[in-house]
Design a protein around this ligand. Structure first.
Ligand code: NAD
Ligand code: UDP
Length: 313
């Protein structure tokens, strides 16, 4: 198949590109390199079945004979999506509109990478897909949260109105190899800080919770969703829930038990609890994550250890 991956030079997208190329598909990566890197696709660049197009999806793009579009392009870390919030909103609205138009023209199936952020600061726990969410539409996270909500709306309207085949996934916090060192998300921050001997920055009192999925589990779920009959929305994430303080202590133990913790103010609208209910994914996709937190963290830590060592040589 000819498959587009928008955001394919980014963290999750590049792992997906790997899996699709290994499966023998022809892959077109579309990315503006805002948080992505060409080095993430370097292993495929000489392969005739791989094409990289540097393109900003807020602008339309013409292509032919596309079978599937995995639509992942959008910065995922609060630090990056809040740096230019209007651009983030445009990427989610115009970018998704452009990709749905392309899917319509090519009769391609489109998988939208949505997010647990559509649940906002959730009032039910764990979060299942029937929950409509508790999102502040004027806050600093709304460019992303509301952007993803309108992207879901557009996808369902293209499906209802034009018969475009869509798949909607709500991804929960994911970590792994190829995260950016300056990504700003909690796992990369804590790991890089512990490896560099800098105090780990816990925001608030660390009692807020998250559930961390390893990237290989997530990518497998994306491919099952794309190639199955279930439209979604479907949660994909690891249901093991940890407080941020527990995460900091686990990373301390794995890297440097003497590492210090420093408490910083909690960012505005930071969700207090987050844990996916993955019953739908289990029932409809036969999917559940296999990699426990510490096993995934060990891989992420080994990656950053090597990266940091290579910088000092
Ligand atoms: P990432 O920032 O590593 O990757 C995003 C990619 O999209 C980058 O390569 C970036 O350059 C590209 N991009 C951004 N804006 C673009 C634009 N306007 N045009 C073209 N390319 C653009 O993030 P990620 O963690 O790999 O996330 C991928 C997707 O998964 C995102 O849509 C994100 O919202 C979603 N998601 C991720 C997580 C997570 O924990 N990583 C959680 C929920 C949802
Ligand atoms: N966080 C933290 N220290 C950091 C970065 C993040 O304590 O250095 C907290 C953040 O306030 C949030 C949680 O960790 O409560 C997850 O943050 P992240 O940005 O990784 O993801 P998101 O908030 O989008 O789930």
């Amino acid at each position: 198949m000819k498959i587009i991956v928008t955001g394919g030079a980014g963290f999750i997208g590049s792992h997906l590109v790997d899996r699709l190329m290994e499966s023998g598909h022809s892959v077109v990566c579309i990315d503006n390199l805002y948080t992505g890197r060409t080095s993430n696709n370097a292993q495929w660049i000489d392969n005739p079945d791989f094409q990289f197009i540097e393109h900003d999806i807020v602008n339309p793009i013409e292509m032919e004979n596309v079978d599937q579009i995995y639509h992942l392009a959008c910065p995922a870390s609060p630090v990056h999506y809040q740096a230019d919030p209007i651009k983030t909103a445009k990427t989610n609205f115009l970018g998704t509109l452009n990709m749905l138009e392309l899917a319509k023209k090519c009769s391609a199936r489109l998988l939208l990478a949505s997010t647990s952020e559509v649940y906002g600061d959730p009032l039910i726990h764990p979060q299942n897909e029937d929950y409509w969410g508790n999102v502040n539409c004027t806050g600093i996270r709304s460019c992303y949260d509301e952007g993803k909500r309108i992207a879901e709306t557009l996808s369902f309207d293209y499906h209802r109105h034009f018969g475009v085949e869509v798949r909607i996934v709500r991804i929960f916090n994911t970590h792994g190899v190829r995260m950016l060192e300056n990504d700003g998300r909690v796992v990369s921050n804590f790991v890089v800080q512990a490896l560099k001997g800098i105090p780990l920055t816990v925001y608030g009192d660390g009692s807020q919770t998250r559930s961390f999925c390893y990237v290989s589990d997530l990518v497998q779920g994306l491919m099952l969703l794309m190639n199955g009959n279930y439209i979604g929305p479907v949660n994909l994430g690891n249901p093991e829930e940890y407080t941020i303080l527990q995460l900091a202590q686990t990373i301390q133990r794995l890297i440097d038990p003497t590492a210090e913790l420093v408490f910083k103010p909690l960012p505005q609208d930071d969700p207090q609890r987050r844990q996916p209910d993955i019953s739908r994914a289990k029932f409809n996709l036969g999917w559940e994550p296999k990699v426990p937190l510490e096993e995934g963290l060990s891989k992420t830590i080994a990656y950053f250890r090597e990266l940091i060592a290579s910088q000092s040589t």
